[in-house]
Design a protein around this ligand. Structure first.
Ligand SMILES: Cc1ncc(COP(=O)(O)O)c(C=O)c1O
Length: 390
């Protein structure tokens, strides 16, 4: 795989590249898009071949017979995560934001509290609020540049009106790979407060060498009757445009409630998503992910070293994900000023920390899943934009 190859994504209806002017005022002419969480790389050859075969066939009718797709998921989870999944547990949704929204609908009532550990992926709060539920922000502790759970503080916050906990594992942003002890802590918390646990594990394959992701269903089998697992091929293989995800529910009663919701929404699979996912979950796809993570590890080191050379900026050490989380509080500047330096001076489009909920205000999120030359260029521009701090 040639991850160094620059592929021009401008003019392809890409959110990341074609909306950055509208969203941040950064021109795609000379700007660098480091916001939306997709990668600037082509997917594995097996995925490309699957799409080409569909195009060559040229008939795009309804999708049916998902046995090979379900087998591929079973194989991937067993091989890569040591988890045995029964095919009957798997629902295919139009992505995991859609999956989250249907979980909220199926397992909570309007007015209920849904617990998030902030700062966290911004779409969760958006979906909770749009569903007329309450966001309950449980803050992660920033222990010397590493997020940690704070169960004592969270226990004190619970009012009895909370019915669901959405966990992001590994965590976006900040890139923590939660330990088994931390996952057990979450499971115990959910039991103590009678919460359904939705474990969004979309980043589970994007783990750096030396770290190991633990599937929640394996970490805490004792809470299987209140657990909803969510996984996808889209983040791992950079095929988010196919909008497909898996909601995996071992418990029969929860499965029934979720299945009813799917039925009410009239959701059925997208044939491109199914074929691409099946092709991705293959030995070739696995080899591609291993190469990807080695490449991203190189990007991460270059980015972190470049940021460390700027007084006042600190990049959290990622254990997973390609989403660097940079604390700008050490500059002494307000968010408006440090953001303007990044967007206007360095011409880099990034995610604003405040959108991830409380605790994110002094941060910016940079997507480093792009050819290395771009990461180097971004670092050079940032060093110039903050040169007066040297
Ligand atoms: C934790 C998390 N969940 C879900 C998504 C998006 O999922 P989908 O594209 O399947 O809706 C993202 C995208 O960045 C994410 O970080």
């Amino acid at each position: 795989m040639d991850f160094d190859r620059i592929i021009d994504r401008r003019g392809t209806h890409s959110v990341k590249w074609d909306m950055m002017q509208a969203a941040y005022g950064v021109s795609p002419e000379d700007g660098i898009a480091m916001w939306v969480a997709d990668m600037d790389f082509a997917p594995p050859a097996s995925v490309q071949r699957a799409v080409e075969a569909m195009a060559a066939h040229g008939v795009y009718g309804y999708f049916g017979d998902d046995r090979a797709y379900l087998d591929a998921i079973g194989w991937w989870m067993r091989e890569r995560h040591g988890w045995t999944v029964d095919p009957s547990w798997i629902f295919t949704t139009h992505g995991l934001v859609n999956g989250t929204s249907m979980c909220i609908d199926a397992f909570t009532k309007p007015g209920d509290g849904v617990v998030l550990t902030t700062p966290v992926y911004h779409a969760f709060a958006r979906v909770i609020k749009a569903s007329d539920r309450q966001v309950v922000e449980c803050r992660l502790k920033n222990g010397a540049g590493r997020y940690e759970m704070d169960f004592d503080a969270w226990d004190a916050q619970m009012t009895g009106r909370e019915t669901m906990f959405i966990l992001c594992s590994p965590h976006n942003p900040g890139g923590r790979v939660w330990t088994e002890a931390e996952l057990k802590g979450v499971a115990d918390f959910c039991r103590r407060h009678d919460l359904i646990l939705v474990s969004d594990e979309i980043h589970h394959d994007l783990v750096y060498p030396g770290r190991r992701h633990t599937v929640m269903a394996k970490a805490a089998p004792e809470i299987i009757d209140r657990l909803v697992m969510m996984t996808a091929t889209t983040k791992t293989f950079n095929i988010a445009g196919c909008h497909s995800g898996n909601v995996i529910i071992p418990d029969e009663a929860l499965r029934k409630a979720f299945g009813k919701r799917m039925m009410a929404m009239g959701i059925s699979p997208n044939s491109f998503g199914m074929n691409m996912a099946e092709a991705a979950y293959s030995p070739g796809g696995a080899a591609w992910v291993d190469q990807l993570m080695t490449y991203l590890d190189g990007n991460r080191k270059i980015f972190d070293a470049g940021i460390a050379a700027i007084p006042g900026l600190a990049s959290m050490r990622l254990e997973a994900t390609y989403l660097a989380w940079v604390d700008c509080s050490g500059t002494g500047m307000g968010a408006e000023e440090f953001t303007a330096r990044v967007e206007k001076d360095a011409r880099i489009a990034v995610n604003h920390g405040a959108t991830f909920g409380s605790g994110g205000e002094s941060f910016l999120r940079f997507n480093i899943a792009t050819p290395r030359a771009r990461v180097e260029e971004a670092v050079a521009r940032l060093q110039t934009a903050f040169a007066d701090l040297q």
